[in-house]
Design a protein around this ligand. Structure first.
Ligand code: AMP
Ligand code: GLY
Length: 434
C-alpha cells in the first residue's frame, strides 16, 4: 500500500521509521517531512496546513492510507475532506477532533457524560469569569478554548494571577480568537501521565503509557515547552490503572463522541492527572504526544500499520493483539527514553540555521535512534530549524540503562546554544525505589 504521513516533527520521524518497516507498505510519502523523515520516506514540499495541497497529493499518488501527525489539520477538517473523497485516513474528523480543538467542547462533553475531570465553567465575559475564579479560589487554571500551541493553559497560584490571565485572554486578546472563550477550572494535584489509545469509532485499544517532561529546566522548573523528554512505561500506570482509565475515561469518551459528535477514529491522547481520588482528565489531544510518541515507537515491537489501518477504516481492533497484552511481543524493549535537544533560547525566541554535529556518532550507540524534530539540510549540512531540534531516543531492558544510553548519545551531539534537561526519567526511578 501507499502511505502518506502528514507532519514534520520528531513524532512524525518516529512514525515514519516504524511505518517504513511494515511489509504492507510499498511507498511512504511525507508532507512536508524533514531530513530525518527523508531517510524513510519521499518528502514532498506540501505543508501540513495546506489542506488543498495534501488533498491533491493524496489523489495524485494513489494514497491508500493517510496518517496525520499534528492536530491543526485535523481540527481544520483534513480527515473530513479525505474521507469525503473516499480516502482512508488515520485521524479523527473535525467534529471529533474538537475534543482537542475546543476545550469548552471537551469539558462540556465530559460533564454531560460523567467523565472525571476538574470542576470548571466556560466564559466569554471577563466579569463573570472573575466572579467564578473567586468562587473556586486559588490555585486555579485559566485555559484558552482554542489551540494555542501548548501555551493556552495558565496555572494561576493566586487570584491576582487569575485576573491577569482572564484579562489577557478576554480583554487584551493576547491569544486572538483562541482565547476569546476561556475555561476556568479547579487545580488538580497529583502526578501527570500521558495515556494513548487507538480508536476505531466504537472501541479502543490502549498503547503503553508514557511520561512527558513539560518544563524547560530540570526538576520541573521554568516555563512549559512542547515536551523536553519522555519515558515509557510510566510506573504509576500499571495494569490496574490502565483498566480503570479504559473503563472510567476512555470507553465513555469514545461512546460520548459517537453519540454527540462523530465516531472518533485515530489516536486519542488522554492527559491524566493521577489524583488521590483517582485518574482525572487534564486534557484530550487528537494526536500522538511529542516526544511521548518517540518513546512508544522505539519500545514497540509490533507492526503498527495493520492497527492504524483498522482504526482508520473502522474495522475491528484485535483485542488479543500485542498492543493490549504483551507490549514487547515482536522483540523490542521494556523501557525507552527520549531526550529533547533544544535550540538556545527555546521556548522563547531562538536562532535557526545553526550547524549540528555528531548525530551519526550518537546513532552508533547501542539501542539509540536520533529522531529529527526541527532540522533542515543546508549546503549538505544538517542545521537547526526549530525549537526542539532532535529527540535522542534509547531503548533497553530497564529504564536505568535506557537513560544512561540516551545521555551517552546526547553527549556526542554539539551545536551552538544547544541545551537539554539532564533529569529525564529520574522521577520514574525515584518512584520505583519508593
Ligand atoms: P493543557 O494545555 O490542558 O494540557 O495544560 C498544560 C499543563 O498545565 C498540563 O500538562 C498540566 O501540567 C497543567 N494543568 C492544566 N490543567 C490543570 C489542572 N486542572 N490542574 C493542575 N494542572 C493543570
Ligand atoms: N508532549 C505533550 C504533547 O504532545 O502535547
Amino acid at each position: 500500500m501507499n502511505v502518506l504521513l502528514v507532519g514534520s516533527g520528531g513524532r512524525e520521524d518516529a512514525l515514519a521509521w516504524r511505518i517504513r518497516q511494515s511489509p504492507l507498505v510499498e511507498r511512504l510519502l511525507a508532507a512536508p517531512g524533514n531530513p530525518g523523515i527523508a531517510r524513510h520516506a519521499t518528502c514532498v514540499d506540501v505543508r501540513a496546513a495546506d489542506l488543498d495541497g495534501i488533498m491533491a497529493l493524496a489523489a495524485a499518488e494513489r494514497i491508500d492510507l493517510t496518517v496525520v501527525g499534528p492536530e491543526a489539520p485535523l481540527v481544520a477538517g483534513l480527515a473530513d475532506r479525505l474521507e469525503d473523497r473516499g480516502l482512508t485516513v488515520f485521524g479523527p474528523r473535525r467534529q471529533a477532533a474538537a475534543i482537542e480543538g475546543s476545550k469548552a467542547f471537551a469539558k462540556a462533553l465530559m460533564a454531560r457524560h460523567g467523565i472525571p475531570t476538574a470542576r470548571f465553567a466556560t466564559f466569554d465575559d471577563a466579569t463573570a469569569a472573575r466572579r467564578f475564579a473567586r468562587e473556586l479560589g486559588a490555585p486555579l487554571v485559566v485555559k484558552t478554548d482554542g489551540l494555542a500551541a501548548g501555551k493556552g493553559a495558565i496555572v494561576c497560584a493566586t487570584l491576582a494571577d487569575a485576573d491577569r490571565a482572564i484579562a489577557d485572554c478576554l480583554e487584551r486578546r493576547a491569544f486572538g480568537l483562541s482565547g476569546a472563550t476561556v475555561v476556568i477550572e479547579e487545580f488538580m494535584a497529583g502526578e501527570e501521565a500521558s495515556f494513548f489509545v487507538i480508536a476505531n469509532g466504537r472501541d479502543a485499544v490502549p498503547l503503553a503509557a508514557a511520561q512527558d517532561h513539560k518544563t524547560i529546566f530540570d526538576d520541573d522548573r521554568g516555563p512549559n515547552t512542547g515536551g523536553m523528554g519522555a519515558y515509557s512505561p510510566a510506573p504509576r500506570v500499571d495494569a490496574a490503572m490502565r483498566d480503570r482509565v479504559m473503563a472510567e475515561i476512555v470507553r465513555p469518551t469514545i461512546a460520548a463522541l459517537a453519540k454527540d459528535a462523530e465516531p472518533y477514529r485515530g489516536v486519542l491522547y488522554v492527559g491524566l492527572m493521577l489524583t488521590a481520588a483517582g485518574p482525572r482528565v487534564v486534557e484530550f489531544n487528537c494526536r500522538f504526544g511529542d516526544p511521548e510518541c518517540q518513546a512508544l515507537v522505539a519500545r514497540s515491537g509490533p507492526d503498527w500499520v495493520p492497527l492504524l489501518r483498522a482504526a482508520a477504516r473502522g474495522d475491528a481492533l484485535d483485542a488479543g493483539a500485542p498492543w493490549t497484552t504483551d507490549w514487547n511481543a515482536g522483540g523490542a524493549a521494556d523501557a525507552a527514553v527520549c531526550v529533547s535537544v533544544a535550540s538556545g533560547g527555546y521556548p522563547g525566541p531562538y536562532a535557526t540555521g545553526v550547524v549540528i554535529d555528531g548525530v551519526e556518532r550518537a546513532e552508533q550507540h547501542a539501542g539509540v535512534r536520533v529522531f529529527h524534530a526541527g532540522t533542515a539540510r543546508r549546503d549538505g549540512r544538517l542545521v537547526t530549524n526549530g525549537g526542539r531540534v532532535l529527540g535522542v531516543t534509547a531503548v533497553a531492558a530497564d529504564l536505568d540503562t535506557a537513560i544512561a544510553r540516551a545521555y551517552a548519545a546526547v553527549s556526542e551531539i554539539t551545536f551552538d546554544g544547544m541545551h537539554y534537561r539532564r533529569d529525564i526519567g529520574r522521577k520514574a526511578l525515584a518512584a520505583r525505589r519508593g
